[in-house]
Design a binder for this molecule. Structure first.
Ligand code: CU
Length: 288
């Protein structure tokens, strides 16, 4: 009882300090809590049914074995397109087909290991969003976790306003078709990931294996046939952000070790075609 009364009086004090109980400025970003869990042989993704438009802090909690990697990619749709339609587009995307004009990447939380959580901060425009765990288990041609049930729908309501993203320590900028980075260091980097291009991009950061060169990594990442020899990068330590449309940004975290990383994008143009890595969207960054 005491804590409830303290909380209530704190709210009154905050409202008085804000000068106006209904002031939007005092409410801060919308908190969007997502979680993925394993339910027998299927997966479940929970999300709030509605969220206020504007600045949003989106967190993902993954309650699965640590050997699995999960993510929460937001997809915004225009018009009356169902979750099943959007999922079908995403599930067949590997062929590099054109993206329908009603489907947009909406950010979200990139890949994280089971038993961990991650948070991003970004703007949410009003509209219908579907959340898909586009990760998948080991093996070829396995269904994504989204195809095994890890999906949700969020209606974003109201006006987006013009709030600014909070500050970050470092930046990673994707354009068509390259990356630039500023101030990345060993350890936990709170980064601003900017997509200043026209196309959709994400960033995948993968550490080099000892002795690997940029030429080795480039040859491996762009080879058509099966690569010969062991990979020059350590996929088990890959870091993956969510996909953003051109012009969008989000604040996220990259936990880097010292060493050399390849930065890659595997998304294709809206018009279809090869993944961007095959168009030269691969760079390296040395972390100290
Ligand atoms: Cu790209």
């Amino acid at each position: 009882m005491t804590s409830v009364r303290v909380a209530a009086s704190t709210l009154v004090a905050v409202a008085l300090l804000a000068g106006c109980g209904g002031d939007d400025e005092a409410t801060g970003p919308s908190l969007v809590s997502l979680s993925v869990s394993k339910n027998g042989s299927t997966y479940e993704l929970t999300a709030p049914a509605t969220v206020e438009a504007g600045l949003a802090e989106i967190s993902l909690q993954v309650d699965t074995p640590a050997t699995e990697e999960h993510e929460a990619q937001l997809i915004r749709v225009e018009g009356d397109h169902t979750l099943a339609e959007a999922l079908e587009v995403l599930s067949s995307d590997e062929g590099g087909e054109p993206t329908p004009p009603w489907l947009f990447a909406g950010g979200g939380v990139g890949s994280i290991k089971g038993g961990t959580t991650a948070t991003v901060t970004q703007m949410l425009e009003p509209g219908t969003y579907y959340v898909f765990d586009v990760g998948e288990g080991e093996g070829d041609n396995v269904p994504s976790f989204a195809e095994q049930g890890a999906t949700a729908t969020i209606e974003v309501t109201g006006e987006a306003g013009d709030a600014e993203l909070p500050g970050a320590d470092a930046t990673v900028t994707a354009e068509d078709y390259s990356f630039t980075t500023e101030r990345l260091v060993a350890g936990a980097n709170r980064i601003r990931f900017n997509n200043t291009g026209e196309e959709r991009h994400h960033v995948i950061a993968i550490p080099y294996e000892a002795g690997a060169t940029f030429e080795d990594v480039k040859a491996f990442a762009t080879s058509d046939g099966p690569p010969d020899g062991p990979p020059p990068v350590d996929f088990s330590r890959a870091l993956v952000t969510a996909v953003l449309e051109g012009g969008d940004s989000q604040i996220t975290e990259l936990n880097l070790a010292s060493g050399t990383y390849a930065l890659l994008c595997f998304i294709s143009d809206r018009a279809g075609g090869p993944p961007h890595v095959a168009m030269g969207m691969i760079d390296e960054v040395v972390i100290e």
